[in-house]
Design a protein around this ligand. Structure first.
Ligand SMILES: Cc1cc2nc3c(=O)[nH]c(=O)nc-3n(C[C@H](O)[C@H](O)[C@H](O)COP(=O)(O)OP(=O)(O)OC[C@H]3O[C@@H](n4cnc5c(N)ncnc54)[C@H](O)[C@@H]3O)c2cc1C
Length: 380
């Protein structure tokens, strides 16, 4: 497998890095402190078609693959993981619309999503159900020529700015996926929740009460939620791994830049062997996560799935990011301990990235299942 990026991919990487450093970085801390979504920033990403990286050009997207997605998410996350997370989360709806929506829905929504004119959220998690989708309480029942949706999704993002929500609910035939337009009468606007990381992508809960949806809001067949979910599952895991690598690399690079200039007696901080070894080890682990991510991305683009490699990539990259961000704060000492610096933000973003998009435990379960099959005597 060729792990080298093509000249076009390298050019994309350089372009996104320059944009992230010159445009995104300046407001990243402030948006995180204030827990606000950067609508203008999102539009600027859209002008470059980065939200539509995997959307075909006929719908206004870039027509790229999973590796281009990983490159964009990593580079943006080096300065702002909330924005990287937003780019990644969006792909759940993109893949659902591409694969299961009607032609009219594709022609309507995909250009809006690709251009940054709109955004979409995913509603799966509820107060009493997280890792296990079948525990959910939300329901949809058929009525007349449509569906009626009820339930509360506790962890959805920025509902006041979105155009579509990808919502999962129980129907008589199993768990089903619905494409819900926010223009739907009665669709609620959620209340913000005070999340501790990835704060530039604010979190809210949304309660659907007798929300009436048209017949074509059902994606795929009734009970087909898993088909919809798994269409984007590995792609967003790849994006999540790339986000983690970006967080870790961004934190470490900034810590090194400071430590090179910080004198302690006769030395600068990067002269100390104890510090050099930590940096060397973290660099190796981040690179391992990046290569696993590239491998998973190539596999996904080739065959449409990469369950084992995307889980491996996210497991390794998220633990490298967690350790890189805590070490970055340690290396910068007192300097890193203030909110004007990005180090605490990086650390919290890394921690939440070990929960969102596949917790560490669920990733290990996925890897073990791929290697060993299902347990013969499942324990709780
Ligand atoms: C920043 C962020 C963004 C998010 N965005 C969204 C979103 O856009 N849409 C959405 O629907 N949800 C979203 N979520 C929710 C996220 O998907 C859930 O947090 C995740 O699925 C885990 O569910 P839970 O938190 O309810 O944990 P639980 O399912 O309650 O699990 C609790 C703990 O038990 C562990 N555990 C569970 N099952 C097993 C098992 N079989 N073996 C071993 N350990 C196990 C888990 O790993 C976890 O550590 C987001 C979460 C975060 C933090």
């Amino acid at each position: 497998m060729d792990m080298d990026l093509t000249p076009a991919q390298r050019a994309l990487q350089a372009e996104v890095r320059a944009f992230a450093e010159t445009v995104v970085a300046a407001s990243a801390n402030q948006r995180s402190d204030d827990a606000v979504w950067g609508t203008d920033l999102w539009r600027a990403l859209g002008e470059r078609r980065w939200p539509g990286v995997v959307i075909p050009t006929e719908y206004g997207g870039m027509g790229g693959g999973a590796l281009e997605h990983a490159i964009i998410v990593e580079e943006i996350s080096r300065v702002d993981a909330s924005l990287g997370a937003a780019l990644n989360l969006l792909q759940q709806t993109v893949m659902a619309v591409l694969s299961f929506a009607t032609d009219a829905q594709r022609r309507h929504y995909l250009p809006l999503l690709a251009s940054g004119a709109s955004y979409s959220i995913t509603g799966i998690t509820e107060l009493e159900s997280g890792s296990k989708m079948t525990d959910m309480r939300s329901t949809a029942r058929q009525e007349g020529n449509g569906w009626v949706l009820n339930g509360t999704k506790t962890e959805v993002h920025i509902p006041q700015h979105v155009q579509i929500c990808l919502v999962f609910a129980k129907t008589p035939g199993g768990v089903s996926a619905f494409l819900v337009d926010t223009a739907t009468p009665g669709l609620p606007r959620g209340h913000g929740a005070g999340i501790v990381g990835l704060r530039g992508l604010p979190m809210a809960s949304v309660a659907f009460e007798e929300c009436r949806l048209p017949a074509d809001s059902l994606l795929g067949h009734e009970g087909g939620a898993y088909d919809v979910f798994f269409k984007s599952f590995d792609l967003t895991r790849i994006g999540n791994a790339a986000k983690c690598t970006g967080i870790g690399a961004g934190a470490l690079d900034r810590a090194i830049a400071y430590a090179r200039t910080r004198r302690v007696g006769e030395n600068v901080v990067t002269d100390f062997q104890g510090i050099r070894w930590q940096i060397a080890e973290l660099d190796a682990r981040l690179e391992a996560g990046r290569l696993l991510t590239y491998r998973a991305a190539q596999e996904y683009t080739a065959v449409g799935r990469s369950t084992l490699n995307s889980a491996r990539a996210k497991l390794i990259a998220s633990s490298a990011a967690m350790d890189a961000t805590t070490t970055a704060l340690q290396i910068t000492g007192n300097h890193g301990c203030f909110t004007e610096q990005p180090f605490a933000r990086f650390m919290m973003d890394a921690k939440l990235s070990q929960i969102t998009g596949g917790t560490v435990e669920i990733l290990k379960n996925s890897i073990a299942r791929e290697l060993l099959g299902k347990p013969t005597n499942p324990t709780p």
